[in-house]
Design a protein around this ligand. Structure first.
Ligand code: GUN
Ligand code: FE
Length: 423
């Protein structure tokens, strides 16, 4: 049943800076795709099934553009360190457990269950270096009805023995086999090449991954300019490159001829920003993580003003929750502190901009996703804000803003992905 009509208060981004609010409107979904918004339903659609959501709010599904599935198990723990110590102390020991398929099964069941119930409809996901557990995660995500790209992580230096590729050849063979086995196997799930970050990947591994990107036309995801210690380290490791982003670009793993997501970009210089713009790199803004790991605050309104691609991300477990409403609220708060304390040249984000990054901004990585305009795939979240009680009359605009700040899974009354209703 992918031809139907839904009715409710529609809220979606019409641009980076503006939300369109359409009270009590009909949205026609034809073959899973948005095919028209109406005040009065035209006669030809009146015979189609109609789901009337009454006074509820309907927003596009949210894209989590960067999340680590194996780290979901320790969300909310270990927030007392900066990135490099945090990786060595908490993250690598936990990720090593995914060589055990029984542990992976339990942990990934929990991750997928929570993600399915959340506002997230699309996600770019890091797994671990282990191929069997990564493929199992893909199977579970496919069953969930969500759309995702999932990466077997590559790391072969500056990594503990218990979480390190055995050789470059083995890493590339494993990765190629995994790409071949998974790239056409699912409808909603596909592989993404995932070097963890430059400090954990040797030159020959990176060159080999580039060849796989070319050969199989797969996208790339990694981390960029998150933390001062990390950036200084990359400068030592890649002395010839002009900046961290340029180092990825020299490996051919920084967009241009392939889709590419770089998480964080907290401390990107102008040169790096220009290169991201030129190559169409997607920035996965992870405000919860950037606060928890004391990384800093990315200048998101500057990136948006300059026309860069920006999506929002939880970065669990650097971020402590998969609830993307928390990331929206925190993106706003963090941008205000940055403006107040650091740099009055970069304006705080607006609610409309934060919502844009969570929906259309990140959604566009997956194609025509994140809007209700004609031709967009129908991913939607129906929000019942009636329990967020208030004594006064509220406009639709006020309800929309409150719902972004105050919602969690309890407000999600229904969820659609590609025109299919998940619940
Ligand atoms: N950089 C390299 N690995 C990671 C990771 O797992 N999380 C975050 N936040 N940054 C990283
Ligand atoms: Fe991350």
């Amino acid at each position: 049943m992918r031809n139907f009509v839904i009715k409710g208060n529609l809220c979606y981004s019409e641009s980076v800076d503006a939300v369109r609010l359409l009270p009590e409107s009909y949205l026609v979904v034809e073959n899973g795709t948005c095919a028209g918004i109406f005040n009065e339903l035209p006669e030809k659609y009146q015979v189609w099934p109609i789901e009337d959501f009454g006074d509820k709010l309907i927003i596009p599904g949210i894209t989590d553009l960067h999340v680590h599935a194996p780290q979901f198990s320790f969300r909310g723990l270990g927030m007392d360190m900066e990135l490099l110590d945090w990786l060595n102390t908490y993250t690598f020991p936990e990720e090593s457990k995914y060589r055990d398929m029984e542990y992976a099964e339990r942990a990934y069941d929990s991750f997928v269950k929570h993600l399915r119930r959340s506002a997230t409809t699309r996600a770019a996901v890091f797994a671990t270096i282990h191929v069997p557990a990564t493929t199992m995660l893909m199977e579970k995500m496919e069953k969930s009805g969500l759309v995702s790209c999932i990466g077997k992580v590559n790391m072969n230096r500056n990594s503990p023995d218990y979480l390190c590729e055995t050789s470059v050849e083995a890493a590339l063979e494993d990765t190629e086999r995994w790409i071949c086995e998974t790239k056409d196997r699912f409808g909603n799930t596909y592989p993404i090449v995932t070097p963890r970050f430059i400090p954990t990947c040797t030159d020959d591994l990176m060159h080999g991954l580039r060849k796989l990107v070319e050969k199989y036309k797969v996208p790339v995801q990694s981390h960029l300019s998150e933390n001062y210690g990390e950036i200084a380290w990359v400068k030592e490791l890649c002395p010839d490159s002009k900046c961290y982003g340029d180092a990825y670009d020299r490996y051919g793993l920084f967009g241009g001829d392939h889709k590419c997501i770089m998480a964080h970009c907290v401390h990107s210089c102008d040169e790096e920003m220009e290169l991201m713009k030129k190559n169409g790199v997607y920035i996965a803004h992870s405000p919860l993580s950037n606060s928890n790991l004391a990384s800093g605050v990315a200048p998101i309104s500057k990136y948006l003003k300059n026309g860069l691609n920006v999506g929002l991300a939880s970065d669990v477990a650097g971020g402590d929750s998969e609830n993307m409403f928390l990331s929206i609220g925190h993106a706003l708060r963090a941008s205000k502190l940055r403006w107040r304390l650091l740099d009055q040249e970069v304006k705080p984000l607006t609610v409309d901009q934060a919502f844009y990054t969570a929906t259309l901004g990140g959604g566009s990585f997956f194609g025509k996703v994140g809007s209700f305009e004609n031709g967009y795939e129908f991913d939607a979240i129906v929000l019942d804000d009636s329990e967020l009680d208030h004594p006064q009359e509220l406009t639709l605009r006020a309800r929309f803003e409150r719902a972004l700040y105050l919602s969690d899974d309890r407000q999600i009354a229904a969820k659609f992905v590609r025109g299919e209703r998940l619940f």
